[in-house]
Design a protein around this ligand. Structure first.
Ligand code: FES
Length: 146
């Protein structure tokens, strides 16, 4: 078995570095054009909490299958969305002071009324879910506009 020369080793190292550089640049570009999708969601409604535990202006983040969902009691009623940002899949949070759903990663902001992008880099609205009250309990299920 032949030994690898110092020059060949450096070329190999250079090639690995170039490959790493390409992947660092390509990954965000690909992710931008193919935003994360809500998959493996529960087929049954998921219990959030008692309606009395979610006053106007408050939100809860729950586990919804593999992903978190955010439920907000807005002045326009209950709203629910996937809490996964459509930019690079960070978890969004309700900001009661601004009245917007914030993504802290790259300053993306979404409307609580329809999940649309208000400003920032997210390429698509948040995935809407259906929030409903049954017997005084708030449930979230798949549905809504996409
Ligand atoms: S991941 Fe949400 S704005 Fe970038």
């Amino acid at each position: 078995m032949s030994e690898i020369s110092r020059r060949d080793f450096l070329k190999l190292l250079q090639g690995a570095g170039a490959l790493l550089g390409v992947s660092v640049v390509a990954t965000p570009v690909v992710a931008y054009f193919y935003p994360p999708k809500l998959e493996e969601v529960p087929s049954e409604p998921v219990l959030v909490c008692a309606e009395s535990e979610l006053p106007v202006g408050e939100s809860k983040t729950i586990k919804f299958g593999r992903y978190p969902a955010i439920v907000i009691q807005t002045t326009n009623g209950l709203k629910a969305y996937s809490a996964v940002c459509t930019h690079f899949a960070c978890i969004v949070k309700w900001n009661n002071a601004s009245g917007e759903i914030d993504c802290p990663c790259h300053e993306g902001y979404f409307s609580p009324d329809d999940g649309s992008v208000l400003h920032g880099p997210p390429p698509a609205p948040l995935t809407p879910l259906i929030a409903e009250v049954v017997g005084g309990q708030i449930y979230v299920k798949v549905g809504g506009e996409s």
